[in-house]
Design a protein around this ligand. Structure first.
Ligand code: AMP
Length: 212
């Protein structure tokens, strides 16, 4: 099962990826989570990525493609993956296709999750994250214990780049650099649209149904 989740920031890609990863038993790969883990560890990759992330811009393609290549080489990816937040540019998509072609494989579904901009701003301001990749929301996706991740028990945190001015720049970056991927994958016949305003589990089920 090789799937890409596409959609603007705040569309619910992280939440859907976590659900789908559990249901389909393939890893959830989030380039954003990999960058955040590196920022936390203070690695050179983290230092580099932070300057772009804090500005609401994309980390350069060569750097991003390099980390995806390393991650895909790991054993747990051999039966597939749920890609969350990659590719984000046409160059990344083309390089990704080549990477998979080398393994004689390709992507089966690109799930495009769409939500209106007003809702995105509202969602991001209530978002709470865990370092394990789970995402929560203070209104509609609460953890069982306030401030604590259901899956791993670690404390939740607010992302630095969920500040309103950074969110506005991230949406602009999405429109300029990532949204062309919608047409790119539609032309390839891989794209299906999903309404990200529906309840979380409904969208998860719709994506799973599409996979059958
Ligand atoms: P995310 O958690 O997917 O929203 O990613 C957070 C930030 O990490 C983005 O706003 C970008 O700055 C950076 N990032 C994540 N994935 C990519 C990617 N595929 N290409 C470039 N930058 C990325």
């Amino acid at each position: 099962m090789r799937m890409i989740l596409l959609g603007p920031p705040g569309a619910g890609k992280g939440t859907q990826a976590a659900n789908l990863s559990m249901a389909l038993k393939v890893p959830h790969i989030s380039t954003g989570d990999i960058f955040r883990a590196n920022i936390k560890e203070g690695t050179p990759l983290g230092v580099l990525a932070k300057s772009f992330i804090d500005a609401g811009k994309l980390v350069p393609d060569d750097v991003t493609i390099g980390i995806v290549e390393l991650r895909l080489a790991q054993e747990d990816c051999k039966n597939g993956f749920i890609m969350d937040g990659f590719p984000r540019t046409i160059v990344q998509a083309e390089m990704f296709e080549k990477m998979l072609a080398k393994q004689h494989t390709g992507v089966k579904l690109v799930a495009n999750i769409f939500v209106p901009d007003e809702l995105i701003i509202k969602r991001m301001s209530g978002r709470r994250m865990c370092t394990c990749g789970r995402t929560y929301h203070i209104e509609n996706n609460l953890p069982k214990v306030e401030g604590i991740c259901d899956a791993c028990g670690k404390p939740l945190y607010i992302r630095d780049d969920d500040r309103e001015e950074t969110v506005i720049q991230r949406l602009k970056t999405y429109d300029e650099q990532t949204s062309p991927l919608v047409e790119y994958y539609r032309r390839e016949g891989l794209l299906k649209d999903f309404d990200g305003t529906k309840p979380i589990q409904v969208t998860t089920q719709e994506i799973l149904d599409e996979m059958k």
